[in-house]
Design a protein around this ligand. Structure first.
Ligand SMILES: NC(=O)c1ccc[n+]([C@@H]2O[C@H](COP(=O)([O-])OP(=O)(O)OC[C@H]3O[C@@H](n4cnc5c(N)ncnc54)[C@H](OP(=O)(O)O)[C@@H]3O)[C@@H](O)[C@H]2O)c1
Length: 247
């Protein structure tokens, strides 16, 4: 039977883990260990980095892994790059499981930028009230701008991440009606977000559309060529497991 390694940290990875567990598959789930209480998985789980490409190759060999599913967040580019190189060098098949990027529709006021620095530069010069929906990493640069920031984080920070900010603790998936109320309650004028894709994180964009709020959307980092599937059922088929997703 194929023994697979699932690189997780996303809703899709958790859905895949449930499908694999229900199929009785031999699989290990891997978390980076960024959050204090990661969602429990119905598969044997390991937590923490592998130690770069060489560490991942050693892990694949030691654990006799036959296939790797990279179901990390589209912005977890280092892990994805490491997986591409390690799997190529170790001769282990790799598949990406990734939701498609969001695309602007009627009524969206989106500015696309390449990276965090461009997002900081795209904010207005006058003080604004910004929903900074990019997680806890890469916040420091926003302190140089004269804005109030609303942050939505999974874990409580030990110190305020920015001089002028409100921190809200919550874990997705989120709901468009609740995000609409959130934007109104905090009198948000701008949103900065990563183009993560998926339904649960899209709520803020749907809410922004209904309020005609400008969104600065950071494009996904570029990765070397690799095969990517968008659906858990497709990955189950790639792994040669029957896809019973009604679990
Ligand atoms: N970046 C985001 O916006 C975001 C949003 C939501 C969830 N996440 C999740 O949070 C985790 C960390 O994201 P990141 O952006 O910090 O990653 P990253 O910058 O791509 O990865 C940095 C290092 O963290 C370790 N790592 C990352 N994902 C791992 C995993 N699933 N299992 C074991 N080690 C992992 C690896 O360490 P070694 O080199 O030592 O192996 C990797 O080189 C990912 O699992 C991702 O799915 C990220």
């Amino acid at each position: 039977m194929t023994r697979s390694l699932i690189l997780g940290g996303t809703t899709e990875a958790s859905t895949l883990a449930r499908a694999l567990a229900s199929a009785g598959a031999d699989a290990v789930f891997s978390y980076a260990g960024r959050t204090e209480a990661p969602v429990a998985q119905p598969l044997p789980t390991r937590i923490g980095g592998f130690g770069g490409v060489d560490g991942l190759i050693s892990y694949l060999r030691a654990e006799k892994i036959d296939a790797v599913v990279d179901a990390t967040h589209p912005f977890a580019a280092q892990m994805s790059r490491n997986a591409i190189e390690a799997c190529a060098r170790a001769g282990v098949p790799l598949i990406g499981l990734q939701r498609p990027a969001w695309r602007a529709g009627e009524g969206d006021l989106w500015t696309h930028v390449d990276d965090i620095d461009s997002a900081i530069a795209a904010l207005p010069d006058q003080p604004a009230r910004v929903f900074l929906a990019i997680g806890k990493q890469n916040l420091a640069g926003f302190a140089a701008r004269p804005h109030h920031y609303l942050l939505r984080l999974v874990d409580a920070p030990s110190a305020p991440p920015l001089p002028d900010c409100t921190v809200l603790l919550a874990r997705g998936p989120f709901d468009a009606a609740q995000d609409l109320a959130l934007l109104q309650a905090h009198r948000i004028s701008h949103i900065v977000a990563k183009n993560a894709g998926g339904a649960g994180a899209e709520a803020k964009l749907i809410a922004a559309r209904s309020l005609s709020l400008p969104v600065i959307l950071i494009d996904r980092p570029k990765l070397p060529a690799r095969r990517v599937l968008a659906e858990v059922a497709e990955v189950m088929a790639w792994l040669d497991h029957p896809a019973d997703l009604g679990v």
